[in-house]
Design a protein around this ligand. Structure first.
Ligand code: HEM
Ligand code: HEM
Length: 131
């Protein structure tokens, strides 16, 4: 497995722990956290844990399932940075109530999803002839 795909999985586990910790703190005393902490929890879990796990596993297994190389490793590298910087900025923006920071993070995150979609579509290549 390529280091980048391992890093996607390591990041997923780190987000699960971080998001889970936020949930636990919320359970203990919601007053300790800012109002948008639950939105941060939801995205750390859903985009951070579930999404990054799908990215890491998907980039590893889809080329193997289809018998085609990944369309572009460089696109996947760019996707890694956009997804992680984007998610962290979005969450930090919500925590500090800075809408511009969360909007910029959200845009980077969206771009990461777009690169993944493009890379996977071009790898699976539904239009290619099958042997
Ligand atoms: C250690 C594990 C977890 C803990 C302690 C935890 C805790 C919490 C708490 C306390 C809430 C707020 C409930 C309320 O009062 O409205 C919440 C909401 C939520 N959690 Fe978790 N959770 C955990 C894992 C997860 C996972 C694995 C996911 C998804 C993959 C998830 C997704 C959500 C979502 C989407 C919400 C709703 C957020 C909102 O209403 O804005 N949680 N969680
Ligand atoms: C480009 C990526 C994303 C951006 C910019 C984004 C942004 C947002 C925003 C701004 C809200 C708040 C809506 C409101 O109540 O006013 C929200 C809510 C929510 N999003 Fe996302 N989101 C993204 C990706 C995702 C993904 C991939 C999932 C699930 C797999 C997800 C699950 C949710 C859920 C469950 C809520 C409602 C819970 C809450 O507001 O705390 N989001 N999202």
């Amino acid at each position: 497995m390529l280091p980048r795909n391992r890093w996607f999985i390591a990041a997923a586990l780190a987000y699960a722990l971080l998001g889970g910790l936020l949930g636990l703190i919320w359970l203990a005393d919601p007053g300790l956290l800012p109002v948008l902490a639950l939105r941060a929890h939801a995205h750390l879990m859903l985009v951070g844990f579930v999404g990054m796990m799908i990215f890491g596993v998907g980039l590893h297994v889809l080329p193997r399932f289809t018998g085609h190389n990944l369309f572009s490793e460089r696109l996947a590298d760019a996707q890694f940075w956009l997804a992680n910087v984007g998610l962290l900025a979005m969450v930090l923006g919500w925590f500090s109530a800075r809408q511009l920071v969360s909007a910029a993070g959200g845009a980077a995150l969206w771009l990461a999803f777009a690169l993944f979609a493009l890379n996977v579509a071009a790898t699976v290549r539904p239009w290619a002839r099958r042997g």
